[in-house]
Design a protein around this ligand. Structure first.
Ligand code: KIV
Length: 307
């Protein structure tokens, strides 16, 4: 059993200070992704610490092969929906591919947009030392930045696919160096994705800021997963590091099949699903229609079963 006692769920907003306190107490930080209002409401009610509106939405919601086609407009649309459902959790909006790589000015403007128009508390961007200037500029404007190291999906082609990173001493040393540089540049937290647990633990011990792991083992200060993987809502593939807590895709398909069969077999709608009219009002309606009918076409009469 852990020596750490967990704090009771607080009603107050989760802030960067809350996350830092959790790290210093050794209390695991919980993050999941959300892209829509109902998921955001459920996560907030369940007591999650942080919600990432990840550009993974490109794959699990919009059906793209990877995250590269996701735009600022896509992100803004989903950030707004999530923000409307959350009162407590810390909210992070992902900066999509090409929204921060071209220039520091772009990075700052787009980060500002996710905060100002998207309702986010912080932004996340991918990459190491090459992002230090962008991070510094965004932080200087008062916007918290979460870094993202290891398997960075926006570099999927450069990395030759979805592979575990930092396995060699040299690669791992570079990731550790990147983590220190991003902390110095002003990042308030780092996502560590698909790197060996040992490397993630070393980084987490070296940094003052919290690390949030995904496929990076138990040594991180917190964990994040893509909610669609957790719920079994994404049927294309499930990464090996995911723990599935439900199989909602199968459940959804079962419900749809049942609905289709019910409609076809006249089991739905049943009497309890229908709206009815006051019998007297209905009688008057039928009489009126018959009257109109007689005026227009004297030979024809509508159904008189209600008279
Ligand atoms: O886009 C995303 O959901 C992410 C998480 C996998 C960390 O970046």
């Amino acid at each position: 059993m852990s020596a750490v006692t967990s704090t009771p769920p607080s009603r107050g907003k989760v802030t960067i200070q809350t996350l830092n306190s959790k790290k210093s107490r050794g209390e695991p930080i919980t993050f999941l992704t959300a892209y829509d209002f109902p998921t955001a409401v459920a996560l907030d009610r369940a007591g999650i610490d942080g919600i990432l509106v990840g550009d993974s939405l490109g794959m699990v919601v919009l059906g793209y092969e990877n995250t590269l086609p996701v735009t600022m407009q896509d992100m803004l649309h989903h950030c707004r929906a999530v923000a409307r459902g959350v009162s407590r959790a810390h909210l992070v909006g992902d900066l999509p591919f090409m929204s921060y790589q071209v220039s520091t000015a772009d990075a700052l403007r787009n980060a500002g947009t996710l905060i100002q128009k998207g309702g986010m508390d912080a932004v996340k961007l991918e990459g190491g030392r090459e992002r230090a200037n962008a991070v510094k500029a965004i932080v200087a404007a008062g916007i918290p930045v979460m870094g993202h190291l290891g398997l960075t999906p926006q570099s999927v082609h450069q990395l030759s696919g979805w592979k575990v990173q930092a396995k060699s001493t040299e690669d791992a040393r570079r990731v550790v160096g990147d983590a220190l540089i991003l902390e110095d540049a002003g990042c308030y937290a780092l996502v560590l994705e698909a790197i060996p647990s040992e490397v993630a633990q070393l980084i987490s011990q070296r940094l003052r800021i919290p690390t949030i792991g995904i496929g990076a083992g138990m040594g991180c200060d917190g964990q994040i997963l893509v909610t669609h993987d957790v719920l079994g809502l994404f049927d294309r593939f499930t990464p090996s590091f995911v723990k599935k807590y439900a199989d909602l895709f199968s459940e959804m398909e079962r419900a749809f099949r049942e609905y289709i069969a019910d409609v076809k077999e006249h089991r739905f709608p049943a009497a309890e699903h229908a709206n009815t009219m006051d019998p007297q009002a209905l009688l008057e309606l039928v009489r009126t229609i018959n009257l109109l009918d007689r005026e227009l076409e004297p030979d024809e009469k509508v159904d008189t079963q209600y008279q």
